[in-house]
Design a protein around this ligand. Sequence first.
Ligand code: ACO
Length: 427
Amino acid sequence: MREVVKLVIDGKEVILPVIIGTEGEKGIDIRSLRQETGYITFDPGFGNTGTCRSAITYMDGEKGILRHRGYPIEQLAEHSTFVETAYLLITGQLPTLEELTRTSVYLNDFSPLHENMKAFYQNYPSKAHPMGILSAMINAMRSFYPELLDIEEEMNKTYLRLISKIRTMAAMAYRISLGERVVYPRPDLCYCANFLNMMFDNVVVPYQLDDDLIRALNVFWILHADHEQNCSTTAVRVVGSGKVNIYSTISAGISALWGPLHGGANQAVIQMLEVIHRNGLTINECLLKAKDRTDPFRLMGFGHRVYKTYDPRAKIMKKMGDILLSKLKRTDPLLEIAQRLEEAALKDPYFKEKNLYPNVDFYSGIVLRAMGIPTKMFTVMFAIGRLPGWIAQWKEDVSDPEMKISRPRQIYEGSLERDYIPIDNRA
Ligand code: ACO
């Protein structure tokens, strides 16, 4: 028998159907609520609201589980590559060797940028944040690559064009911001190696590609590839629901990701650790500030809307930071501060009671620093990783017959009707 819930509103019983997901998650289908009762639900920040059915990512925030298309994040991080994980997210299946090879050929073919796009960059103020540049450039792709045919094969190429070009754009934005020559993509290099080469190759000292760094970058991007209905993915679904083109939709996702409470947290964590290091703050002083409700300071990289235990991505990221630093025979004073901060916060009653654990961003800055990525580029690195997830979620959304344009309701609390007063009569 179909499960339902009964709600009594103004003495009238309303029966609402229950939707059950494959992992047993339950939701009350309230679509008929307003029509039947005149009531709406109130849920700022959507903490209790399901906005779609999805077959892409499964998360259990209490148990610290994250799976893409059923595959645990730990297995993907250990065995997969970023390109393969992107394919999995977008198509729903792991690719065959032939499919993966074809994908790589397209990624190579699409990697150069339209020459006129370079001029676009060069006119940006030199101190512009690369996230602002990236979101504008992705939006501009609609004008540079207008052929958006509604044919599956062509759309698949559009996804790969986006995944390929975002990496070229990011590296180019960095080089131009330094006033350095642009390094073009090389067809002989894989996705991650190509990015590192475009970022760091130099005429005087050619960049030495390192397999461990290439692997670390693959893992970094796999860990960011999708995360269910987070802030930027919701932005993508909401903007996409108006049927705007995919480039503008992804550009909206990039803008949403930029904020320090979301993807911008990786940059904010390093800036916080630098302040602690520079000013010699004690760990106790930081925790006191974070707990003080009158102080806007928060422990960046801690807390999550869904995870009420350790973020499984943070565990992998922390391990990778240790491996990279020991391989490079480098010490990072910020890593030591991060470890002490984590240890103290996990024992602190405030953080324990509120279930505040390190999230993916807590250790990602340490990993990116070890790779030589500048702090300003951290959120761009996140955006490149999240792109396959945004594409997969957009694709699912536009092909779902149940989906409608996003248009929430509100509870109005403003003035009641009143008459207009001409300016001369106003007190
Ligand atoms: N430091 C100190 N206190 C915190 C922190 C923190 N990092 N995070 C949450 N809290 C406290 C809040 O003050 C609040 O306390 P209260 O109950 O006394 O009011 C309580 O914990 C719940 O926090 P909310 O902000 O209501 O939780 P929400 O789910 O809305 O926010 C968020 C989650 C935005 C991630 C929050 O934990 C935060 O600001 N963390 C720091 C920024 C960060 O690391 N963002 C990256 C998240 S992961 C990602 O997007 C990639």
